[in-house]
Design a protein around this ligand. Structure first.
Ligand code: NAD
Length: 469
């Protein structure tokens, strides 16, 4: 059993296929290395010169556990290669996977220009009939539109068809997720094409075969649901604070219901990263353009927008003011296990604290951020030195081991805000800290909890028209 793939070293035997993977980011590089591991010959095209140079030197430009081992192994045998030359990469290739970015535009709709450019270049370079497999996350209808867009660009006699095969991997666990998928979704409007793409994966993996727009919507709807779950968890946590209920127990109890499940039910600074916010706004835009306003998704988005301001407000009220205060922020990545800081709530919090006049000193074990006014240090104890408050903004496991006495000795203030729920509160309180969390640690008034039910009970004295047995 391999630790990162969760699979035996001898994967199921597949018909080896030559694949061109376009884009060597979190999705493309993982797919390229993992398809090589499955026995396919993979040529990976990357336009970013620095990224390509790193790969050519045998360096992995992103942090993803287990990926370096796979890339090194298959690059050394030549089963996996990297280039910026689409023509050589597409030569005699029947399957090309588009793994380029689809970032949000300022209006929240997805920017599909990288995808259109990559697809057009690949279609032009194709030397035989080819399936362009869209792994990037795109709105429903994109694959059909892309086929029309690139149709006329291929050389005579070459047919280009487009298939949807959305990617569900989670950063920080990408290799494991590739080899242990909850489902492989293949959206194709022709059965022969669906077979070709499904045949790249082991037959024992769970497969959903459907139309292209259904496959695209599986991905959008899944991420939207996850976003809704996170916003709902934060709403319950806020209610727990107001009512004096125990957030961990409440959300833990809710999550034990098999119909609900405990994943993504943790309160925190809101969702971020390169996927959930963008896919949620993409889902809303698509729903609106289809004349079906996505009210639930919109509410989740509004709640998420409020989460950050509410967190900054709590830190501010715990300190009285943020003006001139020094805050140590531990964690900058959008979640633990990755170096990715795109749309990171931790970085957004840093910006908000700076905006409100604080000095911010940050630490992250892996992620690096260049932000005016932010100083980033290599050790968490260096970050807290002389700080008025400590905020844990990314749930790295190593922050659990911070020693309360050492923190107390280093910091000048006594406020700790654990926005991600990784710290044990009692030892910190025993060391003299005021410790806050999301859904935890606030003084509460029990009056509203008691008065309303009591009023309702007192109504029992009034005639209700309902006879007691
Ligand atoms: N990151 C995730 O966790 C994740 C998970 C599932 C799906 N997705 C989706 O997958 C897509 C890619 O995401 P990512 O995080 O890997 O993005 P990324 O930005 O890390 O990687 C994209 C790569 O494509 C390269 N590229 C762009 N145009 C190119 C071209 N014409 N030719 C060759 N290379 C080109 C870029 O230089 C970059 O290296 C997005 O649509 C995203 O929503 C991401």
């Amino acid at each position: 059993m391999n630790f990162h793939t969760g699979r035996s070293q001898d994967p199921e035997k597949l018909e080896p296929t030559r694949i061109c993977v376009i884009g060597a980011g979190y999705v493309g590089l993982t797919a390229a290395a993992c398809f090589s591991e499955l026995g396919h010959e993979v040529r990976c095209v990357e336009v970013d010169a620095a990224r390509l140079a790193a790969l050519s030197r045998g360096e992995i430009p992103i942090y993803e556990p287990g990926l370096d081992e796979l890339v090194t192994r298959h690059a050394s045998t030549g089963r996996l290669s990297f280039t910026d030359d689409m023509a050589s990469a597409m030569d005699d290739v029947a399957v090309a996977m588009l793994c380029v970015g689809t970032p949000p535009r300022s209006d929240g709709e997805p920017d599909l220009r990288q995808l259109a450019r990559a697809a057009a270049t690949a279609a032009t370079a194709a030397t035989r009939d080819v399936a362009l497999v869209v792994k990037s996350t795109v709105p429903p209808g994109t694959c059909e539109a892309l086929e029309l867009f690139v149709g006329g660009q291929a050389r005579d006699g070459v047919r280009v068809r487009v298939v949807s095969n959305p990617e569900f991997l989670r950063e920080g666990r990408a290799v494991w997720d590739f080899f242990n998928p909850d489902r492989v979704v293949v959206g194709a409007d022709e059965t022969d094409l669906a077979r070709v793409v499904a045949g790249l994966y082991p037959p024992s993996w769970p497969l959903v075969e459907c139309s292209r727009r259904s496959a695209e919507l599986v991905k959008y709807a899944s991420n939207t649901f996850l976003a809704v779950k996170i916003s709902f968890a934060n709403e319950v946590a806020a209610l727990c604070e107001a009512l004096g209920a125990e957030t961990d127990k409440v959300l833990g109890g809710v999550g034990l219901d098999a119909r609900i499940g405990g994943a993504f039910l943790n309160p925190g600074p809101g969702f971020g990263g390169s996927c959930l916010p963008k896919d949620l706004s993409g889902f809303i835009a698509v729903a609106e353009s289809a004349g079906r306003p996505a009210e639930v998704a919109r509410a989740a988005q509004r709640a998420n927008d409020m989460a950050l301001a509410s967190l900054a407000g709590k830190i501010e009220s715990a300190l009285g003011t943020l003006e001139g205060r020094t805050i140590a922020v531990l964690g900058l990545a959008f979640k633990a296990g990755t170096d990715d800081t795109r749309f990171s709530p931790a970085v957004a919090l840093v910006r908000e604290l700076l905006l409100r006049g604080a000095h911010v000193r940050a630490h992250d074990p892996i992620a690096r951020v260049s932000e005016a006014g932010l100083s980033q240090v290599a050790d968490p104890y260096e970050a807290v030195h002389g700080a008025d408050a400590l905020v844990v903004a990314t749930g790295w496991a190593e922050y659990r081991d911070l020693e309360p006495a050492r923190l107390r000795h280093s910091m000048s203030g006594h406020v700790i805000m654990d926005a991600v729920g990784v710290l044990a509160m009692e030892p910190l309180r025993d060391a003299g800290f005021d410790v806050y969390g999301i859904g935890r640690g606030l003084a509460t008034s029990f009056a509203p909890v008691l008065w309303r039910p009591l009023e309702w009970m007192l109504d029992a004295g009034q005639p209700s028209g309902v006879q007691n047995p």
